[in-house]
Design a protein. Structure first.
Length: 88
């Protein structure tokens, strides 16, 4: 935690910014829902989304083997989302 005088100074800077350029201050303090979701995505969940999208594309293209393989990869990655790899 910052000392009281530093917190006070940061609050003064924030108030000055809000007075000078309220649009910029609002953009800096607000986080969009899409950005929040993107920041919470783990690499494993990103793999799930990509594999599921690939399975759908393969389904529409009539590639049964690719669809099943992509769906299996998405399912395995989704089921293992809470597993932790420990290197000891």
């Amino acid at each position: 935690m910052l000392p009281r005088d530093e917190r006070r100074r940061l609050k003064e800077i924030e108030n000055q910014l809000m007075g000078d350029d309220p649009k910029l201050a609002r953009r800096l303090t607000e986080t969009s829902t899409l950005r929040r979701l993107w920041l919470q995505l783990s690499p494993r969940m990103l793999l799930v989304l990509v594999a599921a999208a690939l399975a759908v594309v393969c389904l529409f293209l009539g590639e049964g083997g690719g669809m099943f393989l992509s769906a299996a990869l998405a399912l395995i990655a989704f089921v293992s989302r809470n597993w932790q790899i420990r290197l000891e």
